[in-house]
Design a protein around this ligand. Structure first.
Ligand SMILES: NC(=O)c1ccc[n+]([C@@H]2O[C@H](COP(=O)([O-])OP(=O)(O)OC[C@H]3O[C@@H](n4cnc5c(N)ncnc54)[C@H](OP(=O)(O)O)[C@@H]3O)[C@@H](O)[C@H]2O)c1
Length: 199
């Protein structure tokens, strides 16, 4: 399969590229790194990406920024960071990408454990991750041509623990290669509208 992977240079994306790259062709996309460059927050940039790659068999997103901070100090502008970047960025990828997805192809987005397990300073993350899962459940009912869409919800990765130090007290981390298996299940499997939890 020809698989477009956005966020291929990140902690999650590198593991997906390694796992799926064993048997598929990966088109690695990043904002500032990778074989292809695109910014998920920009319609024109995403449209240009698909014009450059042409049709693909799978679209996988492992990208998206959130705002972490205390509720009492949060502004609407800060909350909007997650809405514009992780939520609308991935939704935009799916909306534009569906028209470049071969019959029988799949879209896989990324949410995260905080959709269901709130953490301190994680209001934006919980709201955004929940919204992504809602988008996927509904979009699965409307995608045409035997196309599928799923979302992977990983807990914190062992490889990312240092970066998120203190945010996940008492959470068990998982190795990135285990999270990558859920993306493989979404891409190579038959299910649609599913949230694949990895924790
Ligand atoms: N790491 C974890 O433990 C963990 C756990 C659960 C969920 N997640 C979720 O998984 C996703 C990836 O996390 P990560 O930790 O792997 O992130 P990361 O290490 O920061 O990497 C992010 C990747 O996404 C790309 N990217 C960022 N913004 C982009 C944009 N606007 N347009 C296109 N590409 C963009 C970056 O490209 P450049 O470097 O080229 O800019 C980079 O390749 C996020 O949604 C995160 O919330 C992560």
């Amino acid at each position: 399969m020809k698989i477009l992977l956005v966020g291929a240079g990140g902690d999650v994306g590198r593991a997906i590229a390694q796992t799926l790259g064993e048997t598929h062709t990966i088109l690695a996309v990043g904002r500032t790194s990778g074989e292809y460059r695109a910014d998920l927050t920009d319609d024109a940039s995403v449209a240009a990406l698909f014009r450059e790659t042409g049709p693909v068999d799978a679209i996988v997103s492992a990208a998206g920024h959130l705002h972490f901070g205390p509720l009492a100090e949060m502004s609407a502008a800060q909350f909007n960071v997650g809405l514009q970047d992780k939520l609308l960025g991935q939704v935009r990828l799916a909306l534009i990408g569906q028209h470049y997805l071969n019959d029988g192809g799949s879209i896989t987005l990324t949410s995260g454990i905080v959709a269901e397990e709130p953490i301190a300073q994680g209001v934006n993350a919980t709201a955004v991750n929940s919204a992504i899962e809602g988008f996927v459940r509904a979009a699965a009912t409307e995608l045409r041509g035997n196309r599928r869409i799923n979302v992977v919800s990983p807990t914190v990765l062992t490889e990312s623990l240092e970066r998120f130090a203190g945010f996940f007290p008492g959470f068990e981390s998982v190795p990135a290669r285990r999270a990558a298996l859920a993306y493989q299940r979404s891409v190579e499997g038959v299910q649609t509208g599913r949230v694949f939890r990895v924790w």
